[in-house]
Design a binder for this molecule. Structure first.
Ligand SMILES: [Mg+2]
Length: 424
C-alpha cells in the first residue's frame, strides 16, 4: 500500500486564535508577542506583507506598528492550547492515524483515501476545521512527511490552491518544478548549519538535495540527511507516530527536605519514588526489566562523613506493578544502606523499559505469561505485606502506592485471579 500523508498546518495560528474572538480584527494587521512581550511570535498575512520577520523585537518595529495600526497582543497560551485541542479532535474524525506534531500541526495518514479523491478530501478537512473550530488550515498531501511539509508551505504562498495541495498525482518533472522553488534551508530536517554547508556545495534547493549523491550525503549529513533525501524521492522513511515514544528509562529521585538517618525513613521515601516511577511506566504502557536504587549524603557538607552507593538488579518478569517494584527497590536499598550517615538524596531508576505487549509476545503466548506473572505477583504481594507489617511508618506510603496500582493494574490482577483459579 502506498504511503500517503496529509500535513494539516494552522495558518498564523496564534493570530488566528486572537482573530476568532474579535471580529474587528478581520483583515487588520495583527501580531502576537512572546512571553515577555519582547518579540514577534505570530503574524497575520497583512503583517507578513509589510516584511516584518518572525522573532523581530517589538522596539525595532514601533514605527511600523503606529504607521499601519498593527494590533499587538500578548500571547495567551491557555487559549491557544484549548483551540489546538479542538482542531486535533476535529482531525481525528478524518483518519485512524493522527500524529500531533506541534501545537498547530498534525499529520494524518490518508492510506484509506483513493488517490483520485485526495484533493477533495483535503478540502473537506479544511472546511470542517473551519466550521467546527473557526481556524484556517493549510493541507499538504504527499507520499512522505518531508514532501507533505513542502506541500503545506507552497499552499500558504499560493492563494490559488485555496489551502490544499496534493503532490501525489504529479509527474516527476512537475514535482521537481515545485522542489526547485524550495530553498534548502526550508526543507524540513535541514538546520541552518547543514543548510550553509549544502549551499557551499551548490545544493541550494530541495530539488538539488533530492538528486544529491546518497553516499556523500550520508557521509556529511549522517543517516538523518540520507533519510531526508530518500523522503524527497518519495520513499517514506518517517512513519506516522500516533503515540509518543516510550522512555527507555524512568527516574524518580528527590533531595530530602531534611537529612535522613534511619533506614525506615529512607524506605518510606524510596517506596514513594518507586510508586511514582511505576505510575509513569504504566502511563506509557511499558514494563521495566531492570531497577536501580541510589542514595548519597550531602556533598556540600564536606565536614560531615560522606557516603554514596547504588545497586541494581534485573527483574525476572518485567513489570510495572507497583508492589513488585517496591519489593525490589527496598531489597536493593537495604543492601546499600549504612548506618551513621546523614542522607541528602535517594532515587529509583527503572530501565530496559519495553512495551507491555512485546513482553507477552516474547513469553510465547498470553497464557504462559499470565501464569508466570501471576505466581510472581502472588509471591511478591505476600512479601510486600510482610514488609509493610515490619516497618510501621512505611505502611502509609505502601498503601498509597497499592491503591494506585490496583486501579491501574486491574488487568494484572485479573491474571493473578485466573492463575489462582487454576491453582485451585
Ligand atoms: Mg502553522
Amino acid at each position: 500500500m502506498k504511503h500517503l500523508v496529509a500535513l494539516v498546518d494552522c495558518n498564523n495560528f496564534y493570530v488566528s486564535c486572537e482573530k476568532l474572538f474579535n471580529a474587528a480584527l478581520r483583515n487588520k494587521p495583527v501580531i502576537v508577542l512572546s512571553n515577555n512581550d519582547g518579540c514577534v511570535v505570530a503574524r497575520s498575512n497583512e503583517v507578513k506583507a509589510l516584511g516584518i520577520k518572525m522573532g523581530t523585537p517589538l522596539f525595532q518595529i514601533r514605527h511600523l506598528v503606529e504607521q499601519h495600526g498593527i494590533q499587538v497582543f500578548s500571547s495567551n497560551y491557555t487559549l491557544y492550547a484549548d483551540l489546538s485541542n479542538r482542531v486535533m479532535n476535529a482531525l481525528a474524525d478524518f483518519s485512524p492515524q493522527v500524529e500531533v506534531y506541534s501545537i498547530d500541526e498534525a499529520w494524518l495518514s490518508l492510506a484509506h483515501v483513493e488517490q483520485a479523491h485526495l484533493r477533495d478530501y483535503g478540502h473537506t478537512i479544511r472546511n470542517m476545521v473551519m466550521q467546527r473550530v473557526g481556524i484556517p488550515v493549510s493541507v499538504g498531501i504527499a507520499s512522505t512527511k518531508t514532501l507533505s511539509k513542502i506541500a503545506a508551505e507552497i499552499v500558504k504562498k499560493h492563494p490559488e490552491y485555496r489551502g490544499v495541495l496534493a503532490l501525489v498525482s504529479l509527474s516527476e518533472q512537475e514535482l521537481d518544478l515545485y522542489l526547485s522553488d524550495v530553498h534548502i534551508e526550508d526543507v524540513w530536517g535541514i538546520g541552518p548549519r547543514y543548510a550553509r554547508f549544502l549551499r557551499d556545495h551548490r545544493i541550494i534547493s530541495a530539488r538539488h538535495l533530492k538528486y544529491a549523491d546518497l553516499a556523500w550525503i550520508r557521509k556529511h549529513l549522517t543517516v538523518v540527511g540520507e533519510r531526508t533525501v530518500l523522503e524527497l524521492r518519495g520513499i517514506a522513511c518517517l512513519l506516522i507516530e500516533t503515540k509518543p515514544r516510550p522512555k527507555k528509562a524512568i527516574m524518580s529521585a528527590k533531595s530530602f527536605g531534611k537529612l535522613l538517618e534511619r533506614l525506615e525513613e529512607l524506605e518510606q521515601a524510596v517506596a514513594t519514588y518507586t510508586a511514582r516511577a511505576a505510575e509513569k511506566l504504566r502511563k506509557q504502557g511499558s514494563v521495566a526489566a531492570h531497577i536501580s536504587v541510589f542514595l548519597h549524603t550531602n556533598y556540600f557538607q564536606p565536614d560531615q562523613p560522606q557516603y554514596a552507593n547504588s545497586a541494581s538488579s534485573t527483574i525476572l518478569f518485567p513489570t510495572a506493578f507497583t508492589p513488585t517494584l517496591i519489593g525490589h527497590a527496598l531489597a536493593l536499598l537495604r543492601g546499600i544502606y549504612q548506618q551513621g550517615y546523614k542522607y541528602k538524596k535517594a532515587g529509583v531508576l527503572l530501565t530496559r523499559a519495553v512495551r507491555e505487549a512485546s513482553t507477552a509476545d516474547a513469553g510465547g503466548g498470553c497464557d504462559q505469561y499470565g501464569m508466570g506473572q501471576g505466581y510472581a505477583l502472588l509471591r511478591s504481594a505476600r512479601a510486600d505485606a510482610c514488609l509493610a507489617d515490619a516497618a510501621g511508618k512505611k505502611v502509609a506510603a505502601l498503601y498509597h502506592a497499592l491503591e494506585g496500582a490496583i486501579v491501574c493494574d486491574l488487568k494484572v490482577w485479573l491474571i493473578v485471579f485466573s492463575s489462582c483459579q487454576r491453582m485451585v
